[in-house]
Design a binder for this molecule. Structure first.
Ligand code: ADP
Ligand code: MG
Length: 213
């Protein structure tokens, strides 16, 4: 075992949508401290539109699913997070290809391609206090776990833990990208909202893979 099928990926998307809807007020609260108080609304509107779009029927392949998610986010979210998460899913889809399931290495490659897409689009670097600070350690942890002989579900669990640690590590940082950077030193002492939603992204990937295993 250890392959992640399209149904499990779709379950991930549904779980991520439910998580951002449930945590909408918290994400907005984080963004009201260092941004413009719309991250919860942006993510729940975008992922709500994704679930609505997918309700017509299950895509047969990973690329079809992930590209639909990405395109819907790009077109339905106006904030920085729409194009960034949209690019993440589009690049994941391109990397995954027209397959009905992914093995650990393919999923790792797709997650890495998604992260690279965010870097290409937003130019975040480590410590800039963005979603990158949760995502990059998560993708590294996924790779590291697989290299150490872990199963896909163990790797997803390690990635979720690393994303949460990365989210928490944004607290003292001074933002150098996005709206929060306008605050300069005053951005310190608050969690980055995008890092918080990215921790949910990996928490729900872990949950979806565990449920399918
Ligand atoms: P906006 O900033 O346009 O209001 P959101 O509030 O939805 O959009 O998203 C803000 C989040 O986007 C930030 O918390 C940060 O994690 C992420 N972000 C902003 N700019 C960048 C960037 N250049 N690179 C990576 N992530 C970024
Ligand atoms: Mg905002």
């Amino acid at each position: 075992m250890g392959n992640v099928g399209v149904a499990a990926l779709q379950d991930w998307i549904a779980r991520f949508s439910a998580a951002v809807a449930e945590k909408k007020d918290w994400l907005t609260e984080l963004d009201s401290a260092i941004g413009d108080a719309d991250h919860g609304a942006n993510m729940s509107r975008g992922m709500g539109a994704v679930v609505e779009k997918l309700s017509g029927g299950a895509p047969a392949t990973a690329d079809e699913l992930l590209k639909t998610v990405g395109m819907t986010l790009v077109s339905s979210v106006g904030g920085a997070s729409g194009p960034l998460y949209g690019t993440f899913f589009l690049r994941m889809g391109m990397s995954a290809g027209a397959v009905d399931s992914l093995d650990g290495a393919s999923l790792a490659g797709a997650l890495r391609a998604g992260l690279d897409g965010i870097v290409a689009r937003g130019k975040p670097e480590a410590g800039d206090k963005t979603m990158f600070d949760a995502m990059s350690p998560a993708v590294d942890a996924f790779d590291g776990a697989l290299a150490g002989g872990a199963s896909v579900s163990e790797a997803a669990h390690a990635a979720a833990a690393a994303a949460a640690t990365g989210r928490d590590a944004t607290l003292p940082l001074v933002a150098r990208k996005g709206r929060a950077s306008y605050l300069g030193e005053r951005s310190a002492g608050h969690l980055d909202p995008g890092a918080a939603s990215t921790a949910l992204l990996f928490e729900t990937l872990d949950a979806a893979i565990a449920a399918a295993s």
